[in-house]
Design a protein around this ligand. Sequence first.
Ligand SMILES: Nc1ncnc2c1ncn2[C@@H]1O[C@H](COP(=O)(O)OP(=O)(O)O)[C@@H](O)[C@H]1O
Ligand SMILES: CC(=O)OP(=O)(O)O
Ligand SMILES: [Mg+2]
Length: 402
Amino acid sequence: MTVLAVNTGSSTLKFALYPVHLGQVQAATLTGSFSGLEPQGQASVQWRMQDGLTGATREGSEPLQGGADRFEAALQRLQALLRELGLAPQLHAIAHRVVHGGTAYHQAIVVNDEALHGLHALSPLAPLHQPHNLMGIALCQRSYPGVPQVACFDTAFHTTLPEVETRFALPEALYAQGIRRYGFHGLSYQYVHGVLQTVSDRAHGPVVMAHLGNGASLCATREGRSQATTMGFSAVEGLMMGTRSGALDPGVLLHLLGAGWTAQRLEDLLYRQSGLLGVSGVSADMRRLRADPSPQAQRAIALFEHRVVREIGAMAACVQGMGVLAFTGGIGEHDALLRTHVCQQLGYLGVAMDDAANAQAAGDAVRSIHAPRSAVEVWVVPTDEGKVAAQAAADVLLATQP
Ligand SMILES: Nc1ncnc2c1ncn2[C@@H]1O[C@H](COP(=O)(O)OP(=O)(O)O)[C@@H](O)[C@H]1O
Ligand SMILES: CC(=O)OP(=O)(O)O
Ligand SMILES: [Mg+2]
């Protein structure tokens, strides 16, 4: 069996082709990523294919051409690439990361029209993701009729959250309507925790994982089960992000509504005009802000780091400690300075960093970056949401058609 994983984030579309052997997903034979898909981004694609038998590699990179909707253009280009590489006929299933599964889905499903309808209704809770995720499914249904499309949910990992963590302090009737906290980045947390289990004998205890990319959140686990997380009802709660505000006093929204702002304008503010982009006025891309000495850019980075430090304290409180701290996502994997600043402020929890190891960790491999005296193990773990999705798709297909 060969499974294609399609991971549509808010600024990227990552894809990978995985052979499955005896039910287990193997190393990907094709990997690639479209990046810069956010508004004002420089959209391009990079890919690399490795022949499983000969080991020969082919690779390519190019700017992404045209298309009013960059995610749609990226999906079209991906399908053309699969044709050009002769891979399209090999697809047995396509695993799609779908950010929101609501209350209905606790594990991956083979999508049908009824499920798609229900998932579309959740689009307002993840407007930067869910419409693209579902468009990917629709395009693949058309291009590859008969190939099962499997939806793999970011929310599924968090179904172990204690009830108290799922609640807002709102009237009970709203909870019953699904106005509750769900949590996201679950495929990433599942992958990172799986890796931590192989490298640390403390992974079963209190762990805090920081997924810091264009979207950003934290998750605290015990025994690998999600116990607390910073994203909630929608993918805007919690940390500051590339273009999202994160947690905000709801009084600000009431104030703006009172001043005549429409719901659409508020959505645009909270999801697309805030975060690193809004505070800096320069860019949502951490690389650009790091290279920009202006006070605005530096203020945005300082606020981003402050919110991470603040919420790591909250996560550790929820699981009563922190034996392991793991960084992942585009910023978590690559930005050594952010890890330094965050860890310096976590000295009170016993975190001590190995500066040389931290400087070397560049998102290319799993690395420990703590000093021997550190009370907390600190790891950088490059995430692989596609691999978790592909395995989930293989599991669900083998369970239904062994
Ligand atoms: N070398 C780097 N240093 C700092 N930040 C980086 C670096 N490389 C990537 N990033 C950040 O990672 C972000 C993208 O994160 P990623 O997790 O790949 O995206 P998404 O959340 O869309 O899946 C970029 O916006 C950029 O800010
Ligand atoms: C849920 C979310 O924010 O995802 P991403 O980091 O891919 O934007
Ligand atoms: Mg992401």
